[in-house]
Design a protein around this ligand. Structure first.
Ligand code: PMP
Length: 400
């Protein structure tokens, strides 16, 4: 009965790793993967995560019962505080509902399904470009997906004028997806002044912001600084949605731990919204997994562990920033034509190099370097040892 099923293409991002794994070359370099790597090119389990896991295993009173549909209450409360701040007016006024979801992706999907069912304007505007999964998540959730201009390839920066124009002409009530920080794939974020203008426009037009926060702490190394744009939108008293992921900032990729928060107009509305979120979740996967959320809750509620986390997080962010400088310097040393300052200006895990598809293919064929075809490279996949190889490849691609 399935003979008619056609072979689906590999995921454009995860497919990069599939191709990398098949390459026998000893110099191969995977810059496609959006996961942190150490200087030695190895995945990293944070010390605080190991400590939290030891505590959890040592506690014999812990059981493996189902947790509630909305997830662990502690985890939800602490996640909201992490995103919105301890003294957030929305938390103090109880106008918020937070549900534990399957990492960032699951949080976006649950939020999308809720909006498709309950929001009067089921259209979402996403930036161009954006993370490749966004349009698929929201289309399958039942929303109509439209785009707004975001990146300007000529300046390799923000197309602020285009962004304001497109959001300015979006129908009232439309949802706007905003990357909270470290925009993927461009690494280009609005300045705080630009955020303020975006906020004013969104509020005056009656648009509904939906923040995707997949990199809190990864952009600047500070959890609070990276949450600033989101908190500006909370401070004005308006409504919003936020999807949080602990994949990157706690390195909990495979544990699939994240949260969806919806800030509402009153606590009464928030409770009703939560009851509907549970109706979205229950038929999808019943209830979320216990382990990852327990790790996060253990770290967030212990002052020492939390402090240790901020140091480890800053260590990851700083290593990425140092890779930016090393790559920039290596290209300058080679006299590679072009202005490469965007490498040090862009924010977060990725550099949007500006290399075109043919150059990416050339670097793959001749230098065994793997990245997405849009020229995005993961700075976290680089090390002091591999920077020269990448710089040689870029130089050859640009001059050849
Ligand atoms: N949003 C963005 C912008 C991302 O880059 C990612 C991860 N690549 C996610 C959401 C979700 O990731 P996860 O589901 O692993 O938390």
């Amino acid at each position: 009965v399935f003979a008619h099923v056609v072979q689906a293409p590999e995921d454009p991002i995860l497919g990069v790793t599939v191709a990398y794994n098949k390459d026998p070359s000893p110099v191969k370099l995977n810059l496609g993967v959006g996961a942190y790597r150490t200087e030695e090119g190895k995945p990293l389990v944070l010390n605080v995560v190991r400590k939290a896991e030891q505590q959890l295993v040592a506690d014999r009173s812990r059981v493996k019962e189902y947790i509630p549909i909305a997830g662990l209450a502690d985890f939800n409360k602490l996640s909201a505080k992490l995103m919105f701040g301890d003294d957030s007016p929305a938390i103090l006024e109880n106008r918020i509902t937070t549900v534990q979801c399957l990492s960032g992706t699951g949080s976006l999907r649950v939020g999308g399904e809720f909006l498709a069912k309950h929001h009067h304007q089921p259209t979402i505007y996403i930036p161009t470009p954006t993370w490749g999964n966004h349009p698929k998540i929201f289309t399958l959730a039942g929303l109509s997906v439209k785009t707004y201009r975001y990146y300007d390839p000529t300046t390799r920066g923000l197309n602020f004028h285009g962004l304001m124009e497109d959001l300015g002409s979006a129908p009232s009530g439309s949802v706007v997806l905003l990357h909270a920080c470290a925009h993927n794939p461009t690494g280009v974020d609005p300045t705080l002044q630009q955020w303020e203008q975006i906020r004013k426009l969104i509020r005056s037009k009656g648009l509904l912001p939906f923040f995707d926060s997949a990199y809190q702490g990864f952009a600047s190394g500070s959890l609070d600084a990276d949450a600033k744009p989101v908190r500006m939108f909370v401070a004005d008293g308006g409504e919003l949605l936020a999807a949080q992921s602990y994949a990157k900032n706690l390195g909990l990729y495979g544990e699939r731990v994240g949260a969806l928060s919806i800030i509402c107009g009153s606590s009464d509305v928030a409770r009703r919204v939560e009851s509907q979120l549970k109706l979205v979740i229950r038929p999808m996967y019943s209830s979320p997994p216990i382990h990852g959320a327990s790790i996060v809750a253990t770290i967030l509620k212990d002052r020492d562990l939390f402090h240790e986390w901020t140091i480890e997080l800053k260590g990851m962010a700083d290593r990425i920033i140092s890779m930016r400088h090393q790559l920039f310097d290596a290209l300058r040393k080679r006299g590679t034509p072009g202005d490469w300052s965007h490498i040090i200006k862009q924010i977060g895990m990725f550099t949007f190099t500006g290399l075109n598809k043919e150059q990416v293919e050339f670097m793959n064929k001749e230098y065994h370097i793997y990245m997405t075809s849009d020229g995005r490279i993961s700075m976290a996949g680089l090390s002091t040892k591999t920077v020269p190889h990448l710089a040689d490849a870029i130089h050859a691609a640009v001059t050849g």
